[in-house]
Design a protein around this ligand. Structure first.
Ligand SMILES: [Zn+2]
Length: 279
């Protein structure tokens, strides 16, 4: 954006009275020094509100019938502010997962370590794979993780996620799992448990990935302002698998190709998982 349009977008943001799309609330408070971040009535943060809007627009709540007739959604690190809403919108095909399910007592989470444990699912199993600020916690390289998510998408299925940034003026830096201390991770990546910091190569990688198409979310500056988000902030990345990709025949056992697929995960990622996995 040029300076003039940045100014116009900022003015639009200042003039808009935000409304919470999760509860209808109109009162917002600062959170971690970020003004207007937290909805006073449902406590949601901007990224929850943006996520819900993006998920809705993507067609995730189009059907509440059970699989195989309804949609199947896999949600990592299911945020409390979103979980009940998504469960209501999706129905029986809504699955949650995390490496630490105990931290998500409101959801019945599968215990999964990423990306290795994704191999338990057959190719083409989910209509949606969603996560919000999860990628920066996964050891290894996103160049392994993204294809692992994409593998389990059905033809026409969508991977929808956000990360801190990405900083379009920088390149991704990874490897925090190999640092000796939390302090080192905090200094380098901004938070004690962040293992990487994303740059412009992340959307470029998605854009170059075969078998699908990449797009940023479709929210306009006005849409973002309505949810309390500054112009260009809290952007979601969406990768949609082509509909003409041949799907695995139905009924393939979940672990059928696990050995072969697991071999494709790089040694670097495997080493990272071993280091972080509780024993
Ligand atoms: Zn609210």
């Amino acid at each position: 954006m040029d300076t003039e349009s940045v100014d116009a977008a900022e003015a639009e943001f200042e003039e808009t009275a935000p409304v919470c799309n999760l509860c209808g609330g109109t009162e917002f408070k600062p959170f971690k020094d970020r003004p207007g971040e937290r909805c006073v009535s449902c406590k949601s943060l901007i990224r929850h509100r943006i996520a819900f809007e993006v998920y809705g627009r993507s067609g995730m709540f189009a059907s509440r019938r059970s699989p195989p007739y309804g949609l199947r959604v896999l949600h990592f690190a299911p945020e409390q502010k979103l979980h009940a809403k998504i469960r209501r919108g999706v129905g029986a095909g809504y699955f949650c997962a995390d490496a630490v399910p105990e931290a998500y007592r409101w959801a019945q989470c599968l215990k999964l370590f990423l990306p290795g444990d994704l191999m338990m699912f057959p190719e083409g199993y989910f209509d949606f794979v969603i996560h919000n600020h999860v990628m920066e916690h996964i050891p290894g390289t996103y160049r392994d993780h993204i294809p692992a998510f994409c593998r389990i998408l059905k033809p026409g299925g969508k991977l929808i996620f956000s990360t801190p940034g990405p900083d379009m003026n920088a390149l991704t830096e990874e490897g925090g799992e190999h640092f000796a201390t939390d302090a080192e991770r905090k200094a380098k990546f901004g938070q004690y448990n962040h293992l990487k910091k994303f740059g412009r190569d992340l959307p470029e990688f998605l854009n170059g990935l075969e078998g699908g198409t990449f797009a940023w979310d479709s929210l306009t500056t006005a849409d973002r302002a309505k949810l309390g988000a500054r112009p260009g902030s809290n952007r979601f990345m969406i990768w949609e698998k082509s509909r003409d990709v041949a799907a695995e025949p139905a009924g393939v056992p979940a672990t059928a190709d696990a050995a072969g697929a697991a071999r494709e995960i790089s040694a670097h990622t495997e080493a990272g998982i071993r280091r972080l996995k509780p024993r």
